[in-house]
Design a protein around this ligand. Structure first.
Ligand code: XIL
Length: 390
C-alpha cells in the first residue's frame, strides 16, 4: 500500500482558514486575527462550504434506526467530529443528537487554538461542542495534544528543553482544564513517518526530542487526569502488513512494556478505496493491538468515493460495503470500543476542500453517512447491518 497523505502537503497545512462563506448566510466573514482570537463559531473552514447532495438512493425513514441505539447493545460508541458553527443548523443538531453518543471537536482543541501564546490558554472555542455533548449525553474525545500540524507558531521556534517543557505545560494546562469532561485524549497524533522507515516523522519538531517524548506526553496527561483514557492516534496504520502499522504496533508495545499509561490506539480510518487494506487485515490489526491490553477506536472514519468507478449509485453502494466491513471488523474484536466518523453530513467534510480532498483523487467524495440534506445514505444501512451482526 502506498501512502496517501504526502507529509509535505500535510505539514505545510496552514491554520484553519480565516474566512469562509457561511451556510445560508450571505457574504463572507473576515476574521482578522488568528483562529484562537475568534469567538466560538466565528468561522468555518473552507471545507465547510455546503455541498449539493449527491444523487442515488436514500433510506426510507422506517429503515433509519438511530445509530447510537443500535450500537448500545454492542457496547461500542458511535461518534462524530464537529465544529461549533455547524451546531447553528437545527437539522445538524437533530441528526447529531439522534444518532451519536460520542463527539470529537474537529479543530477546537488543537494547540494553535487552545494555547496560541505561551501559557495563554483559550478554551472557549470548544465549549459549545462540550455543552452540546453534555446536553445530549455524549462522551467527548479530546483531539489532540501533541501534533506537528495545527501547532501554534511559537512552539515551532522552540527546541530541546524549552520545547519539552512547553509540551508538558501544554498537556497539563489542557487536560487539567477539561479534567472529568473529556473521556479520551488523542495524546500524541501522527508521530510516525510515512513509508517504510518505521521512524518518527522528520517534519515534527517533537521528533528531535527523541522517542521518549511520547512516554513523557502520556505520563503528563495521566497526571493531569488519571481517569482519562489516553490514545496514540495515527493514519495508515489501519491494517496489518505495512511498515507503518508495524511501527505503530512496536511503539505501543514498547510503551506498555515500559509501564507508560497508554490505554488505546486510534486508527484514523480515512478510507481511500484505491488502496485500502481488506477488512480482514484491519480486524487482525485491531486484534493484535487489543492483545497488548489497549482499546482500539476508529477515530476519524470517512470513505471517499470520488475514485470509485461507476454511477453515483454504484459509488454509494461500494461505500456502504466498505463501511459495513470495517464496522464489522471493529465489532469482531472485544477491545474495539468505538467508531467515530469525521463529520456526519456530506454538507461539511474536510474532504470537500480541494486541498484535502485531492489527496484522495477526484472530488466530490461524499464521504459521510448522511447526505448534504441530512438524509441517510446507504452507508447508514451498512453501519446498521454491521451493528446488528448482519
Ligand atoms: C482536519 C480537519 O478536519 C480540517 O478542518 C483541518 O483544516 C485540518 O485537519 N487527521 C487528523 C485531523 O488527526 O485532526 C485532521 O482534521 C484530519 C487528518
Amino acid at each position: 500500500m502506498t501512502q496517501s497523505f504526502p507529509s509535505a502537503a500535510r505539514s505545510s497545512a496552514p491554520s484553519t482558514s480565516l474566512w469562509s462563506p457561511l451556510a445560508g448566510r450571505p457574504g463572507r466573514r473576515l476574521c482578522l486575527s488568528v483562529l484562537a482570537a475568534c469567538a466560538a463559531g466565528c468561522i468555518l473552514p473552507p471545507e465547510a462550504k455546503p455541498l449539493a447532495p449527491a444523487g442515488g438512493k436514500r433510506l426510507a425513514d422506517a429503515e433509519v434506526r438511530p445509530l447510537r441505539e443500535a450500537a448500545a447493545p454492542t457496547k461500542r460508541h458511535i461518534g462524530f467530529a464537529a465544529q461549533p458553527a455547524q451546531l447553528r443548523d437545527d437539522a445538524f443538531r437533530k441528526v447529531a443528537a439522534a444518532h451519536f453518543d460520542s463527539l470529537t471537536p474537529e479543530n477546537q482543541m488543537k494547540w494553535e487554538t487552545v494555547e496560541p501564546q505561551p501559557g495563554q490558554f483559550a478554551f472557549q472555542a470548544a465549549e459549545p461542542l462540550l455543552a452540546f455533548a453534555a446536553e445530549n449525553h455524549m462522551r467527548v474525545r479530546g483531539h489532540t495534544l501533541v501534533w506537528h500540524s495545527q501547532l501554534a507558531p511559537w512552539v515551532k521556534r522552540l527546541s530541546g528543553e524549552a520545547l519539552h517543557a512547553a509540551m508538558l505545560g501544554h498537556i497539563q494546562g489542557v487536560v487539567g482544564h477539561w479534567k472529568g469532561r473529556v473521556a479520551q485524549w488523542d495524546v500524541v497524533n501522527e508521530a510516525l513517518a510515512d513509508g517504510p522507515s518505521g521512524r518518527l516523522r522528520a517534519d515534527s519538531p517533537f521528533t528531535a526530542l527523541g522517542p521518549t517524548f511520547i512516554d513523557d506526553a502520556f505520563r503528563a496527561a495521566h497526571q493531569a487526569d488519571p481517569d482519562a483514557q489516553l490514545f496514540y492516534n495515527d493514519y495508515e496504520i489501519e491494517g496489518v502488513g505495512t511498515a507503518k502499522s508495524d511501527a505503530a504496533f512496536a511503539l505501543v508495545k514498547r510503551l506498555r512494556e515500559a509501564g507508560v499509561p497508554v490505554h488505546g490506539v486510534g486508527l484514523q480510518m480515512h478510507v481511500d478505496p484505491r488502496r485500502w487494506p481488506a477488512a480482514e487485515r484491519i480486524r487482525a490489526n485491531i486484534a493484535r493491538f487489543a492483545a497488548l491490553g489497549v482499546l482500539v477506536e476508529l477515530t476519524e472514519m470517512d470513505v471517499a468515493v470520488g475514485e470509485i468507478a461507476g454511477s453515483i449509485e454504484q459509488k454509494l453502494d461500494r461505500q456502504r460495503t466498505l463501511t459495513h466491513d470495517i464496522v464489522a471488523a471493529c465489532l469482531a474484536v472485544d477491545g474495539c470500543s468505538g467508531i467515530t466518523f469525521w463529520g456526519l453530513t456530506d454538507r461539511y467534510s474536510w474532504l470537500n476542500s480541494p486541498r484535502w480532498g485531492a489527496l484522495r483523487g477526484q472530488l466530490p467524495h461524499y464521504p459521510l453517512p448522511f447526505d448534504a440534506d441530512y438524509r441517510a445514505k446507504p452507508m447508514v444501512a451498512g453501519i446498521l447491518d454491521a451493528l446488528a451482526g448482519r
